[in-house]
Ligand binder design. Structure first.
Ligand SMILES: [Zn+2]
Length: 246
């Protein structure tokens, strides 16, 4: 967090380091002054917050803990979506409005309890000094691949726990198959063994569907299905959207 520097418009610049990795101890300290004596706030601090850059483009999902760090340092503002309208709040006004929210829409929010008051965990924040665009490509890794295929073996069509799935090269490496979204699928151990070092045609097996590169991080679908993250939708229909969950 200490890597931020001040930009010309007076806002501190947010660096990628502010958004990545584990919460830095000094960042936690910044919030600790607000959440001092937080009671049972552990799970609320782990709630997920969508981060927009200065241009309202979604760049990342972070923990509420990190979001509060950015807010208390005035590096970000809260974007509250209410009936299709966006309202922005700095941290101070957000804590004030929290008192009202607690009275009238308590069940809509996660709450962090401090000595003085309870603060609603924002769903969306906007970085004031960060205008970089997110990496547009979804990373090809095991986690994203399993999420794309929804833990379903692409040959027998059955669903398996992650530890019973393997990654299959549709066209085997030995036949020139690459490590690409289009050539990798989830397969159960049994189907993978049956297929061996052959193409589906050679093994007389059929893929459930043609593997493609996902347009957005497949893991986000999990949260979009939940009521409390509905306000994210307004910011997700964006070609730049690709978020890393941490
Ligand atoms: Zn299978």
């Amino acid at each position: 967090m200490s890597r931020s520097s001040t930009s010309r418009n007076g806002h501190e610049r947010v660096t990628l380091a502010d958004l990545q990795g584990e919460d830095a101890p000094d960042g936690v300290a910044a919030f600790a002054s607000v959440a001092a004596g937080a009671v049972g706030g552990g799970s609320a601090l782990d709630a997920k917050v969508l981060v927009l850059n200065k241009l309202y483009v979604a760049v990342r999902v972070i923990s509420a803990r990190r979001a509060f760090c950015l807010l208390t340092k005035s590096l970000a503002e809260v974007i509250h979506v209410d009936e299709g309208q966006y309202i922005s709040y700095d941290f101070e006004s957000w804590t004030e409005i929290s008192e009202l929210q607690q009275q009238f829409e308590h069940e809509k929010h996660d709450w962090v309890r401090t000595v003085r008051l309870d603060i609603a965990v924002p769903k969306v924040i906007r970085l004031l000094g960060y205008d970089r665009l997110p990496d547009q490509r979804v990373k090809l890794n095991r986690r994203n691949l399993f999420a794309r295929d929804r833990n379903r073996c692409q040959y027998c069509g059955k669903y398996f726990p992650t530890n019973e799935l393997s990654i299959d090269h549709v066209t085997p490496r030995a036949q020139g198959g690459q490590d690409t979204w289009e050539n990798l699928v989830c397969a159960c151990v049994r189907c993978n063994a049956k297929k061996g070092g052959r193409t589906p045609e050679q093994a007389h097996m059929r893929l459930c569907k043609k593997p493609v590169r996902p347009k957005r991080n497949p893991q986000i679908a999990v949260r979009l299905g939940q009521d409390r993250y509905q306000s994210w939708k307004a910011f997700l229909d964006n070609a730049y959207w690709s978020v890393e969950l941490r």
